[in-house]
Design a protein around this ligand. Sequence first.
Ligand SMILES: Nc1ncnc2c1ncn2[C@@H]1O[C@H](COP(=O)(O)OP(=O)(O)OP(=O)(O)O)[C@@H](O)[C@H]1O
Length: 474
Amino acid sequence: MQKFDFLVIESDQARASSVLSALHFLGYRPQHAASCDGVDESTHAWRAVYVGSIDDMAEAERQFALLGGAAAHVPVLLASDSPWLERFSAPASSFAARIATLAFPLRYEKMAEAMRNLYARLLGGQSGALRFVGNSTPMVRVNALIRQVAPFDSSVLVLGESGTGKEMVARAIHEQSPRRDKPFVAINCGAIPAELLESELFGHEKGSFTGAISARKGRFEMAEGGTLFLDEIGDMSLPMQVKLLRVLQERAYERIGGTRTQRCDVRIIAATHRNLEQSIANGQFREDLFYRLSVFPLELPALRERLEDLPTLIDEFNLRLARRGLGVVRFSAGAMQALRAHAWPGNVRELSNLVERMAILFPHGEVRSSELPEKYRCRQAADEARGAALLALMEDEPQSNDGGVHPADEALRLLPEDGLDLKDHLADIEVRLIRQALDAAGGVVAHAARLLHMQRTTLVEKLRKYGLQNSLAA
Ligand SMILES: Nc1ncnc2c1ncn2[C@@H]1O[C@H](COP(=O)(O)OP(=O)(O)OP(=O)(O)O)[C@@H](O)[C@H]1O
């Protein structure tokens, strides 16, 4: 689906073109143009719509519907003397909230102000809440599961690699639950030293241990009536797991140093990037706690398994940046291709950081693939070289081969003059790819296995076979 930054609705071609030029001048840089009617070919370089002689509202709405979701949320620019203004700004119109009016002849300062006001209105209307987005099939499934489980008090265990949005899922469940008006409290069980975690969770009475100079509420108490999100539950120490299990079973606990039993009405959502079944097998996680927590397991796919979500996620991050006063960025088709070829070991968080970095470097601009940080370029360059070589192979007519070295063979030449031991050579490539995958995954074997599309156990076997276990610790 084509994407647009603005709809410019103006039946006078000259005026429409001047709006587009002014947008460009103001730094909005629309990139592609389409037209419903009366195409102005010269505007094809822009990402905006020039609408010709539509004189009936229903027809206009139909035309915009043909543009699909592309026209659904973008600002609409209309001349203040436009005959359509009244109808478009009527409350029943789907454009009513998204119109900026422009007085002709255009004045840049006025137009800049109109655009600023429009964006302030659009962004302000969206509340500060972060939207949990994604239209890919796996995310549609995740959203359906969230809707299904939200109304009940069942414990949910959110599984997924780091940065896939586990906390966002927990918040979404809370927001869609009857507890939404009560607190959502999050705690990262992996980040808090084991000896402090108990007091963080259950609170303490004054003087209950050295340093406890006053009584303090724990997260369970803070979350009363609402939801408690236990992040990185797989990193919780075994003694703490026992205490947590007791609370989940008895729905009651005491503050450290306290004698009064507190009843608790808290919905638990836990998350981990670890394979808890493996942790159970290794004796690091209690099986009974696992079953308590995973009444409703919800697995979040890695970003590389749902690359269709890249554009929507980029839009969402741009929106967040705009709220913070940063200029938004777009990615050229080539840059998008490079992003699709990237493995995203840091998942959505990595993408969010990249968009922010690019927005600082190229505010209101378009990022080309050559302007991406190096690690996002390499794989694409390799793919392109391979693609070019393959293309050359395919384009070659068999009869034109005069026995000389084929150009594509030259590009792909792997066989040394004196031959090679194929088995050794393939093993060498395998080791290099495994090393690269481990690097990209920060040494986490399960992540590296996903990058290599193999079972974790298969990778562990290969690490053993090639004596690579030591490179893990290094
Ligand atoms: N589907 C999504 N839509 C919008 N933003 C998202 C989505 N998924 C993740 N994010 C954003 O990506 C970042 C990481 O998300 P989050 O903290 O929920 O991940 P996580 O899986 O809990 O990470 P960790 O495992 O490190 O705790 C946040 O800025 C979050 O807002």
